[in-house]
Design a binder for this molecule. Sequence first.
Ligand code: C5P
Length: 315
Amino acid sequence: MSGEVRVLVPAKINLFLGVGPCRADGFHELRTVYSAIDLCDQVTATTGADGVHLAITGEGADDLPLDQGNLAVRAALALAGHVGIQPAVGLSLAKRIPVAGGLAGGSADAAAALVACDALWGTALPIPVLAEIAATLGSDVAFPLYGGTALGTGRGEVIEPLKDRERRRHWVVAASHGGLSTPAVYAEIDRLRAVGLVPAPTLDTSELIAALDQDDPAVLAAALHNDLQPAALSLRPVLRDTLAAGIAAGALAAMVSGSGPTCLFLVDGAESATRVARAVESAPDCRAALTTVGPVPGARVQSGGNAGDQMMAKG
Ligand code: C5P
């Protein structure tokens, strides 16, 4: 077994995010279509350490905890607990996914830590078992194990890959100067619904799933939906300017990503992506705009593990 395993893991976007009522456990019942985009963090796991040690470089590194407050550390401990071994790993995390952005960056890092430690420790658990451990860590941790495009139900942790719908789309991702707390955004949608300011939940994914089959990105643009968008805009109204800047520059659709504040733009090719990204960067709340594509595979071993098997497993 190699003493070092490197794993690349993608950010997620929600092509469709339907949010039902709040359940007794405090989570909302979701019906969502996830897509993995080519904006990736990298986790390197090395042997030799006692316990779980984490180091972080890159995007937002100074703002992140290095102890059990970090989902990647909790993921390594949870895997060790599941298989009944003493955890011994150094995790080195190179971040590109914006922190607290609605792109599930922390969840992606946890998924990558699961895959990396699984390969490093030779535990070789199948993806569905890793996904069960992932579900104990957070609602969005299971999806990056699969990647591609997938239906998410439950609180988002029940994943059903939509395998035949892998048309590549071009996106612009606009990071915000601020962050939004996920619980605060969910609480805000409950409040807006209670006072009748937003319509009832939209939970029918059929139009979106049909649109995935179409070559024309304008068809997909018309079907994109995010029930949390009114809540994110209510808490951070300046995001309206970011969305409007993208539409003015020719984006086919503009929407808040997940619980925000990152904004997403579907565009009809690489040239349009560059033009929209430049325009969006001039909006007051936009910290940086990146061009990317999706879907891409889920968390995958790049080196040090059995990379071929991982790539095939993720299909
Ligand atoms: O599962 P995760 O830790 O990502 O969730 C963070 C918070 O987001 C939860 O504590 C809850 O307030 C909110 N949430 C929710 N319904 C979901 C997912 C998350 O209310 N389906």
